[in-house]
Design a protein around this ligand. Structure first.
Ligand SMILES: [Zn+2]
Ligand SMILES: [Zn+2]
Length: 269
């Protein structure tokens, strides 16, 4: 069994915690170290208990706190060579480049990086699994398109965490200048609500327990627009599942245990 928390998701910062027993892996560290520490404290996780960080790409909203966190808490950092080369304050003694599609074992969690199209050096999505239970999660944000290989892998996970960056109409009529709109819409930009919906309807899987929407734009989207679009897509594919839009400014989760698991948690509190 694996538990997933978002510490925050969006252009102001990104970090997702995966936990299997004593193994804790952070996917991205896009907040200042003190913010990461505070959000981890909110979900009762000590920063020193984190086994490693896997970086998806070198954009600042994904790596902001990684250098300081490394020296403060000794985190080991993994990512593609292109990603690691793009992070300036990394301690190379505690950083290891990983080739895409080469499984990486961190304690009880196995991670595989899958290249995605995005305007960074060598950006990836992350597939993570717990060997003992077979539980799998896919984390894909900051991608302009979903490569076929990744789409196939997504259909075979228990928890799907997928970017739903912008509402296309809000982007078109919003305050962003045309060149920025074009960059977001590009094949190397970000997935819109409609594009995320297409993946959900075309790849709908009975295996999914829950869908978490990531990296929502605070200017060109709302949680309501994103979740409504995703729920409609799932309904159309007869695959109704709980859908949550990950917030930017607070931790959320645990995700992926299904309704039963989350109900137990709230009863325990
Ligand atoms: Zn980003
Ligand atoms: Zn990015």
């Amino acid at each position: 069994m694996m538990r997933a928390f978002t510490l925050g998701s969006g252009s102001a910062g990104n970090a997702i915690l995966l936990e299997c027993g004593d193994t804790r892996v952070l996917i991205d560290a896009g907040y200042a170290a003190r913010t990461l520490a505070r959000r981890l404290a909110e979900i009762q996780v000590a920063p020193e208990s984190i086994s490693a960080v896997v970086l998806t790409h070198e954009h600042i909203d994904h790596v902001r706190g990684v250098g300081v966190s490394q020296s403060r808490w000794g985190w080991h950092v993994f990512g593609t060579k292109g990603t690691l080369d793009g992070v300036r304050d990394l301690d190379n003694e505690r950083a290891t480049a990983v080739a895409p599609l080469t499984p990486l074992t961190i304690g009880a969690i196995e991670c595989t990086l899958v290249r995605v199209p995005h305007d960074a050096a060598a950006p990836t999505a992350v597939l993570a699994s717990h060997a003992a239970s077979g539980y799998r999660v896919a984390i894909a944000h900051d991608l302009g398109q979903v490569p076929e290989m990744l789409a196939q892998a997504m259909a075979d996970v228990d928890l799907l965490m997928l970017e739903s960056n912008h509402d296309e109409e809000m982007l078109r009529t919003g305050p962003y200048p045309v060149h920025l709109q074009r960059r977001i819409r590009a094949e190397t930009g970000h997935l819109s609500n409609r594009e995320a919906g297409l993946v959900l309807s075309e790849r709908a899987s009975t295996r999914w327990r829950e869908v978490v929407l990531l990296h929502l734009s605070e200017t060109n989207n709302t949680p309501r627009h994103a979740t409504t679009s995703a729920e409609r897509a799932l309904r159309g594919a007869r695959a109704v599942r709980p859908v949550t839009a990950a917030p930017q400014d607070a931790p959320a989760g645990p995700f992926g245990a299904g309704r039963g698991g989350r109900l137990q948690l709230s009863l325990a509190i």
